[in-house]
Design a protein around this ligand. Structure first.
Ligand code: BTN
Length: 261
C-alpha cells in the first residue's frame, strides 16, 4: 500500500501534491480529478490510485494499471485560458518524471516526443494532459502512469514486448513514494521555469533526455489526416516542425506521432 508518510517526508513542493488523495481503485485518476476542478484547493490536490479499471492513454488507448505496484496519478494545474499548448505541458511533466526516475535509480531515462518515458528502449511510462474549462476557470489535468515494480509476466500480451518497468530495466524495486515526491518537486521547478522564462529552457532540457528525432522520418495523424515528412526540430512553443517537402515546414501541436527507425 502507498505510504503517505514516506511521501510527505520527501515532498518539498508547496505548489503541487500537497493534498494527496489515495484511492484503492478508480476508473481513471484523470477523470476523478476532472470531476473536482471547482474545488478551491484543486491546485494542491493529487490523486493516486492503486489500480484503475479504465486507465486511459492517448488516443483512447487503455492504460494498464495493475494493483499496488505502479504509479497512476493525476493533478490539475490552473492554467491561463489561452494556454492550450498541451504538448509543452506534457513535455514539462515528462522532464520532471525523467529527473525523478534518474534520481531514484542508476538508469538513464529517455523521453520520446511528446509523452513517453523510455527505459532500455521500451516504454515505462506515459503522460496524458487534458485541457478542461469549467465555470470557474481553465485547467490542465496532468495524468501520469509509470510502470514501477511490474514483473514481466504481469504485462498483458499486447504490450509484453514493448513495455517495461523500472524494476525490469534497473533490476531493483523502487520506492513509489520517493518517485512521486521527487516528481512533484521537479514539476514545481519546471512549471515555474515555463511560466517565468518561457519554453526555451524546457525545450533544451527535453532535447537532453530525448531519443534522437531530428532528421528522422515521421508520420503524424491528426483527426484522420496524415502529415508525413522529416523532423526539423521543435518550434519555440514546442510544436513538432516537419519538413513535408524541401523548404516547406509544417508545425504540429497534436496528433499521433510515429517516427521511422
Ligand atoms: C500514454 O502513454 O498514452 C499516456 C498514459 C497515461 C496514463 C495515466 S495513468 C494516470 C492517469 N489516469 C489515466 O486514466 N491516464 C493517466
Amino acid at each position: 500500500m502507498f505510504n503517505k508518510t514516506i511521501y510527505e517526508k520527501l515532498l518539498v513542493s508547496r505548489r503541487f501534491g500537497e493534498k494527496l488523495v489515495l484511492l484503492d481503485k478508480t476508473g481513471s485518476t484523470n477523470s476523478w480529478i476532472a470531476g473536482r476542478l471547482d474545488d478551491l484547493d484543486i491546485d494542491k490536490l493529487t490523486v493516486v490510485a492503486e489500480t484503475q479499471t479504465e486507465g486511459r492513454g492517448r488516443f483512447g488507448r487503455r492504460w494498464f494499471s495493475p494493483p499496488g505496484v505502479n504509479l497512476a496519478f493525476s493533478l490539475a494545474w490552473r492554467a491561463p485560458e489561452t494556454f492550450k499548448l498541451l504538448n509543452l505541458v506534457t513535455m514539462t511533466a515528462g522532464i520532471a518524471l525523467a529527473e525523478a526516475v534518474a534520481d531514484v535509480t542508476e538508469a538513464e531515462p529517455k523521453l520520446k516526443y511528446p509523452n513517453d518515458l523510455i527505459l532500455a528502449g521500451k516504454k515505462a511510462g506515459g503522460i496524458l494532459s487534458e485541457f478542461k474549462k469549467t465555470g470557474t476557470g481553465s485547467y490542465i489535468v496532468i495524468g501520469a502512469g509509470v510502470n514501477v515494480n511490474t514483473e514481466q509476466d504481469s504485462f498483458p500480451d499486447e504490450i509484453r514486448d514493448t513495455a517495461t518497468s523500472i524494476l525490469l530495466a534497473c533490476g531493483k524495486t523502487v520506492c513509489r513514494e520517493a518517485l512521486l515526491a521527487i516528481f512533484m518537486n521537479m514539476l514545481e521547478k519546471w512549471i515555474s521555469t515555463l511560466t517565468t522564462r518561457g519554453a526555451g529552457p524546457v525545450l533544451e532540457r527535453f532535447y537532453q533526455f530525448s531519443i534522437p528525432f531530428v532528421g528522422r522520418g515521421v508520420t503524424v495523424t491528426i483527426e484522420g489526416e496524415t502529415v508525413k515528412g522529416s523532423v526539423a526540430g521543435l518550434s519555440d512553443i514546442g510544436e513538432l516542425m516537419i519538413e513535408t517537402s524541401p523548404g516547406v515546414i509544417k508545425k504540429i501541436n497534436s496528433g499521433e506521432t510515429v517516427f521511422e527507425r
